[in-house]
Every structure is written in structure tokens, then in C-alpha cells.
Design a protein. Structure first.
Length: 283
């Protein structure tokens, strides 16, 4: 039987930034509808895009110790991307670095991370409300107040969900969340490969998450779905699913885990670098 520990620990960070993309004011969703499950699902707020932050921090403990030096990624303050689709995906990756930084308590990365987050957030048109949350998180990290950072993340979740519902931009929410989830899976697979046990390997076997994000790519509007990067990601997600899915609930062995790690590393690298056709498609 597979463990119930999910890999969704990175997604609230993605939602934190993507929810207010577009710079629209919050408050158009009537308060009485905010907690309605059907309304939330229709607007892209669900267990995959906005799980409980407090729960996620508890679940992350299942993969400790995370080998920071082996899994840390680049933080490029000056990075630019030819399409909004690739920008949103990379914002998810960057938020993954943020949550990795918090979990690893690496104050030396906070200032650079904060600058990159603000720059990328501005490029996507993030609202002042969410930008203030991001600044607060970065300030607490610089001071080394990691417990306060965790509380701040939990406290901002409802604000983020409200902004996301007001925005009614389900596609950009899922694109940022996809980037964050893939970065989380890359980190998790590396952590399991570093200290393999069948119990830790079972954490990776979340087929429903791959199904979910694959379906989101398949149902993007035609303009986004035809982007070379979207086509590449869709194909690689299917390869990833074939590597994780085992008959009769069998657990991944170390070789399987390393294969998952290689595939997710390729996916993340593709998101960062794009494809040769991306720039042309943006013209």
C-alpha cells in the first residue's frame, strides 16, 4: 500500500505568486462563495493547487534530510523568457527554490531569491498585496526567523486563494503550480536516491498528480497548447508516468528512483532553457 505522503509541498509557493498574476484588485468574489467547494474548484483552487501549508511542512519531514548541496538550483535575477507560459513555469521553479531555502534554513540565498521573485512577479503583473507577502517572507528569512516564515506562509494562504478566485485565471495558476510541483519532484527524487528505502521511494508514486497536470496541459487553450515547450512537457510527463506506474502497487527500486530523478531533471532543465522554437513562437 502506498504512503499517503504527497509531494505537493512546493505548490503553495507557486500559488502564492500566481494567484494575483495580472495585477487585478481582489474582492470581486462574494465572501459567502469563497468557501464553496464547487466555486473554488471551478476557479482552480483545489487540493493540488492550494493544499494546507501547515500540513505540507509536516509532510516534508518525511524526506529529511534533504541533500541541499545536491539539489539546489540556480537563482538568476536577470533571467528573461520569450513567452508568458515559460515565465510562469519558471516562477514555479523559483518558488521551489524558496521553499527549499526555508526548509534548509539557508539565509545566504534569501536576498538574491527575493530580488529574483520580485522581478519575476512584476513581469507577471503580481498585485501589491502578494508582493508585500513576498517581501515579508524574505525579510523574515534574512533575519533567520524560519518559524515565522512558516507561520507567514500559512497566514497568507486564504488571501492567496481569494486573489486566485478573483483573477479567474485558472490556466496561469496551473502552469505556475506545474513548475513548482516538478521542482518539488526533482528535489524529492534526489533525496530518495541519496538515501533509498522502499518507504521513502513510495513517496514518489503519486500517479494522480501526474494525471492531473497532464490533463491541465491537454486542456490549455489552443494557443498555449501549441507552444513547443508545452508539447515537450506533455510528452515528458507521459514518460514520467510510465516510469512511476508499477503493476500491483509495487514500490520503486533504486534504479527506478534514479530514472525518475533523471526525467525530472530533464523536465526542469527544459523549463529553464526552453526549446529552440520558443523564441520564434513568441514573435
Amino acid at each position: 500500500m502506498k504512503t499517503a505522503v504527497p509531494l505537493r509541498w512546493i505548490l503553495p509557493g507557486a500559488v502564492l505568486v500566481c494567484a494575483a498574476a495580472g495585477g487585478r484588485a481582489q474582492g470581486n468574489v462574494p465572501p459567502e462563495l469563497f468557501r464553496d467547494a464547487h466555486v473554488r474548484e471551478e476557479l482552480g483552487v483545489n487540493e493540488f493547487t492550494a493544499p494546507s501549508i501547515e500540513k505540507i511542512f509536516r509532510e516534508l519531514q518525511a524526506l529529511r534530510p534533504v541533500p541541499f548541496d545536491k539539489v539546489k538550483g540556480p537563482i538568476d535575477v536577470g533571467a528573461t523568457f520569450p513567452t508568458r507560459f515559460q515565465l510562469a513555469l519558471n516562477l514555479g521553479l523559483l518558488l521551489g527554490e524558496g521553499f527549499l531555502t526555508v526548509e534548509s534554513e539557508r539565509a545566504d540565498r534569501i536576498a538574491e531569491l527575493g530580488r529574483a521573485l520580485l522581478r519575476m512577479s512584476q513581469a507577471l503583473g503580481i498585485s501589491d498585496r502578494v508582493t508585500r507577502h513576498s517581501k515579508s517572507l524574505m525579510e523574515e528569512g534574512i533575519r533567520g526567523e524560519w518559524a515565522l516564515m512558516r507561520k507567514e506562509l500559512a497566514a497568507t494562504q486564504e488571501d492567496v486563494e481569494g486573489a486566485m478566485m478573483d483573477l479567474r485565471d485558472e490556466e496561469i495558476a496551473h502552469v505556475v503550480a506545474l513548475g513548482g510541483w516538478l521542482r518539488g519532484l526533482e528535489i524529492a527524487s534526489a533525496a530518495v536516491a541519496d538515501r533509498y528505502t522502499p518507504e521513502r521511494a513510495a513517496v514518489l508514486q503519486r500517479i494522480e498528480l501526474i494525471d492531473y497536470f497532464s490533463s491541465r496541459l491537454d486542456t490549455l487553450n489552443p494557443r498555449l497548447r501549441k507552444l513547443p515547450l508545452a508539447i515537450r512537457l506533455s510528452a515528458d510527463l507521459k514518460t514520467l508516468q510510465a516510469s512511476i506506474e508499477k503493476p500491483d502497487g509495487a514500490t520503486l527500486d533504486l534504479g527506478d528512483v534514479r530514472q525518475v530523478q533523471q526525467i525530472t531533471e530533464r523536465l526542469v532543465r527544459t523549463i529553464r532553457e526552453g526549446t529552440p522554437q520558443d523564441a520564434a513562437s513568441a514573435r
